[in-house]
Structures are given as C-alpha cells and as structure tokens.
Design a protein around this ligand. Structure first.
Ligand code: ADP
Ligand code: MN
Ligand code: MN
Ligand code: MN
Length: 349
C-alpha cells in the first residue's frame, strides 16, 4: 500500500504546472517588479497567494502579510509547456486594495467610461546596460560612441547593440499572447523600443507589465540589465519615454474629437506631469524630441510637442493622439487612468 501511495503522489507532482506570480512592489519613487513560483495541479485556477510585504516596501515587519490576487494569466514562454505567468494586484489581508495597487482605481475608471471604447498603444523605450559598469551596451569603456544620428532603426554591427535580446523578447511576448505590435532600435546606442496595443485601458497595462517582466527576465539570460530610467545618459543623448497613444470611439471617427482631447489635456498638464514617471524632468528638456516639462503644446507631426497628432491622422481626419510626456518608468495604470479621466469627462457620453 505504501508503495502505491508514493507512486500516486509522484504522478500528481509530475502533472503539476509552474505558475510564476508577478507583481510590482512599493519601492519609491518607482515600483520594481517581483515574482515567485507556485506549483499548481494541472487545471487548477491560480488561487490568491501571500508574500512578505516587509521585503518589498509594502508592509512593516510586525504586520507583513500581503495578498496576491491574480488579474491576468498568459502562457509562460520561458518555461514553455502548460506553465503560466500570473499577473497580480496586491491586496491587504482584509481583501481591500493595497495602497500600491494602482490597478484597482484604473479598473473603476475604465468601467465608468467604458461607453467611450478607449484604446491605448504604448511605446515602451528602454536602454540595455552592462550590469557591472551601468553604461549602455555599445558605449566604449572610456569616452563616448559616435554622436546620435545613425543608430535609430539602423542595421549593421557598428550601430546595433542588443538586437538578439530585443528579438528574443519580441518572440517571447508573441508566445505569451501579448498584444505586442512592433519593435525598433532607438536613437541612442543600446536603446530599443517595443509597442503594446492598441487594446483596452486595463489590458494595455496588464500586457505592458508582463512584457516588462519578460524584458528583465530575458536580460538575465544575456547578462544585460534593461533600464527604464528616463535619461540614462545625460548630455546630448535621447532619453527614454513611454509615448502613450490614445483614442476613443469618437476620435476614431471624427477629427474634432481629437482636438477636443488635446484641449482637455491642456487643462490638466501639471497633474499629469506629476504622475508620468520619476526623473522625467531630466528628459523633458525641450531638446531631443521633447517639449519642456513646464510647457504644454499640441501639433501635427511635431515631436517637440507634448501631444503629437500623427500626420496620417491629420490626413485621414480621424484616429488617435500621442501623449509624448510619459517617461519609460511610468506606471501605465496611472497614466491611462489619468488620460481617460481627463479626456472622457470632457466629452459627451
Ligand atoms: P511613432 O514611433 O511614430 O510614434 P509607433 O509606431 O512606435 O509610432 O507607435 C504608434 C502606436 O500607436 C502603436 O503602439 C499603436 O498601437 C498605436 N495606435 C495605433 N492606432 C491607435 C488608435 N486608434 N488608438 C490608440 N493607439 C493607436
Ligand atoms: Mn515608436
Ligand atoms: Mn521611440
Ligand atoms: Mn512615438
């Protein structure tokens, strides 16, 4: 009998799957990604789980338990098979949203304005760093590489650094079923971008947080540390942003609604800037394809404006607007919530 029981247990364990529980922590001013693995029985719905909030800046040591509540699940492209990635929101032990849970608020706003059928496409820029020197890969040990100009969307070993990693990340996002819509090499050496969207308000952030986690995870395999710092190299080098492209159903049909959206955003510039990522003042200087942090402007095709209306949108007289202000390290739940609130509360239902 004993032998049978052990064999039975072994079989169960073998049919288990790995669920990587992912969340972001309470590190200030910019939350960091965390994850840990839970073995589930095949077919089991990922349950709520706990963690030590005192090790993630989310709780004090004498009252340290926090709750992970699964909100988005996708295939795990790293472990493969039936294994899954599980994105979580953080709850207190009384099941109320934890103060670091920015998703809960966004969920309410997305529901409130759902008749506007908002869509978002986020361009996530990032910089690949050598984890020992903290310099972007492609930068020489001393001095600087050739000035900006040839690197953006380039081809060739003189200008491209980290393509293998960017390609691997793309493939993983696709395997995970994320709504990734493209990648490109950026203006500074070692700098890249991927785009998520266009998809709905909560979905774009859920997908983006998973895509960020995959980026850091792929980096481990390459011995490279991705950075979401808004200005990883000071001076005459482009910073890293997270341009947030936005449309409502009306904007996708009517140009005036896009102008109305820009006008609405002009009234809440300061509030948005406060919530668009830490260190953004180092990036939004008015140079390097940005508008100054203390000025607001919108224009067709203008990469020096706060909001750009893409030329194709101006030609078609319908489409979307691009908010160029968010920095690479922004929290997409916060940014999308603010945009929906500002623009949709100004528009007729
Ligand atoms: P650029 O680098 O020229 O600013 P990208 O091609 O990198 O532009 O990004 C454009 C983004 O716009 C994509 O992420 C795409 O998902 C998004 N987008 C396209 N159409 C819409 C739309 N109707 N609503 C919201 N976002 C959109
Ligand atoms: Mn882009
Ligand atoms: Mn870009
Ligand atoms: Mn852009």
């Amino acid at each position: 009998m004993k032998f049978v029981l052990i064999a039975h247990l072994k079989e169960d364990t073998m049919s288990g799957i790995s669920a990587e529980y992912i969340w972001f922590d309470g590190t200030k001013p910019t939350p960091q990604l965390r994850s840990k693995t839970k073995i589930l029985i095949a077919g089991e719905t990922p349950p709520i789980w706990g963690f030590d909030g005192s090790s993630t800046n989310q709780a004090a040591g004498d009252n340290s338990d926090c709750v992970l509540n699964p909100v988005f699940i996708c295939p795990d492209p790293i472990r493969g098979g039936d294994n899954i990635l599980v994105l979580n929101e953080v709850l207190n032990t009384d099941m109320t949203p934890h103060e670091t849970n920015t998703r809960a608020q966004t969920s309410k706003i997305a529901e409130k304005y759902k008749t506007h059928e908002s869509l978002f496409g986020i361009e996530q820029e990032y910089t690949l760093l050598d984890p020992f020197t903290n310099a972007p890969i492609g930068f020489p040990e001393e001095g600087f590489p050739e000035p900006q100009g040839p690197y953006y969307c380039s081809v060739g070993a003189s200008w491209i650094f980290g393509r293998e990693m960017a390609e691997e990340h793309l493939e993983m996002c696709l395997d995970a079923g994320l709504a990734i819509s493209g990648i490109n090499a950026e203006v500074m050496p070692g700098q890249w971008e991927f785009q998520i969207g266009p998809i709905g308000t909560l979905e774009v952030s859920d997908h983006l947080w998973i895509a960020r986690w995959l980026l850091f995870r792929v980096g481990e395999m390459h011995g490279i540390q991705p950075s979401l710092d808004p200005k990883p190299v000071s001076g005459d080098w482009n910073g890293a942003g997270a341009h947030t492209n936005f449309s409502t159903k009306t904007m996708r049909e009517n140009y005036q609604a896009i102008i109305d959206g820009c006008e609405a955003l002009s009234k809440t510039h300061e509030l948005h800037i406060k919530n668009y990522g830490d260190g953004n003042e180092r990036r939004l200087t008015g140079l390097h394809e940005t508008q100054s942090i203390d000025q607001f402007s919108y224009a067709v095709s203008d990469r020096g404006a706060s909001i750009r209306i893409p030329w194709q949108v101006a030609v078609d007289k319908k489409g979307y607007l691009e908010d160029r202000r968010p920095s690479a390290n922004m929290d997409p739940y916060v940014v999308t919530k603010l945009i929906v609130e500002t623009v949709c509360s100004d528009l007729p239902q």
